[in-house]
Design a protein around this ligand. Structure first.
Ligand code: SAH
Ligand code: SF4
Length: 359
């Protein structure tokens, strides 16, 4: 049975026609799915009862079951752990900030990249998410926000998984999110974050899409980066930076680099200088995020003073950088952390200072 959230509009139309229904019904169903965010066929009230029954017998909409939900103390961040049909658990986080409502979505159950400080990396890879499973996270929160008179404004693919490892499903899901007759999110309002899969970055550059890319760099020397991100053995910093230049050349878009500041590891002036040399003159911005401690990694977040000194050193090279707040830290809204707890793994919350908002 197809899941309707897996289908493009043309595929849905073909499906509706195959059911012996007129073509215009596809448009109605599409609107129920993506404009009204209807959770079941029963709620599609402009369709006849018999068609709703026929749909319920021949297709499904179910992808996500809420397994647990947590709210941060400041009420700005909500994290939902979803159970998938095969019992896999993935998480989605909603962050409200001023007029923006951003969701952080997952693209895989687990992750194969093994970054040492990442809770998802520590759990290993289970499987790719389907298009429907990625899109349904967006629809879920669009529904919730609409019900309280708000709107979803941004999506970041910074939840569980490596989006470019699940390349086709991720980009099909982006297409679904940006469809003007559907969720109608601006392509520029969706960010894909990657650990640095070089051939996939080049392929993405060739597609010349509007959807911005963020690169998880975290270290500016190969020795240090390999210790944090094993993928650096396959594609080192030189190859990655070349792919980044290629991306900027092809798309004329600014790149974002992500950098989790770890005390005594990559928050040093030497790393700042190496990063400054690497990015000097490049059309880019660096997001510095104090490390979110995880059970499987002993590192601690950098102090505010070190973060500020890092930013100042980068400025000497003309490289712009911002220290970001890790939102929802009290509900472990970092990558993979809620699932971590749910499956009962040891979880050692360390003393983490919250920085003031400077987003
Ligand atoms: N796989 C993609 C996207 C998901 S991770 C990627 O790696 O880019 C989203 C971001 O969270 C990445 O920049 C990742 O390096 C970062 N991250 C993961 N664990 C973290 C932690 N414990 N503290 C701070 N940032 C973390
Ligand atoms: Fe995977 Fe990203 Fe976590 Fe690395 S940081 S293990 S790529 S989810």
């Amino acid at each position: 049975m197809p899941n309707l959230y897996d289908l493009s509009f043309d595929e849905l139309t073909a499906f509706i026609i195959a059911l012996g229904e007129p073509k215009f019904r596809a448009k109605q169903v599409w609107q129920w799915l993506y404009q009204h965010h209807t959770a079941d066929f029963e709620g599609m009230t402009s369709l006849s009862k018999s068609l709703r029954e026929k749909l319920a017998q021949s297709a499904t909409l179910d992808t996500l079951e809420q397994a647990s939900v947590q709210h941060s103390n400041d009420g700005q961040t909500k994290k939902v752990l979803f159970k998938l049909h095969d019992g896999q658990l993935v998480e989605t986080v909603l962050m409200g900030y001023e007029k923006r409502n951003t969701i952080c979505i997952s693209t895989q159950a687990g992750c194969a990249m093994g970054c040492v400080f990442c809770a998802t990396g520590q759990m290993g890879f289970y499987r790719h998410l389907s298009v429907a499973e990625i899109v349904a996270q967006v629809v879920w929160f669009a529904r919730e926000l609409t019900a309280r008179g708000e709107r979803l404004t941004n999506v970041v693919m910074m939840g569980m998984g490596e989006p470019l490892h699940n390349y086709d499903n991720t980009l099909t899901a982006v297409d679904r999110m940006t469809a003007a007759t559907g969720l109608n999110l601006g392509a520029r309002k969706i960010t894909i974050s990657t650990v640095g899969l070089v051939p996939a970055i080049r392929k993405y550059a060739d597609e010349q899409r509007q959807t911005p890319l963020a690169i998880s760099l975290h270290a500016a020397t190969d020795h240090e980066r390999t210790a944090l991100l094993p993928i650096n053995k396959k594609w080192d910093i030189g190859a990655l930076i070349q792919a980044c230049h290629y991306y900027i050349e092809k798309t004329n878009r600014r790149l974002t680099f992500e950098w989790a500041l770890i005390a005594g590891e990559n928050d040093t002036i030497e790393q700042a200088e190496a990063l400054g040399r690497l990015l000097k003159g490049m059309m880019c911005h660096v997001n510095l995020i104090p490390l979110n401690p995880t059970a499987g990694y002993g590192g601690a977040p950098a102090s505010r003073e070190r973060a500020d000194a890092f930013v100042a050193r980068l400025a000497d090279y003309g490289v712009s950088a911002t220290v970001r707040v890790r939102r929802g830290i009290d509900i472990q809204a970092g990558c993979g952390q809620l699932r971590d707890r749910m499956i009962g793994e040891a979880y050692a919350q360390k003393g983490v200072k919250l920085y003031s908002h400077d987003e």
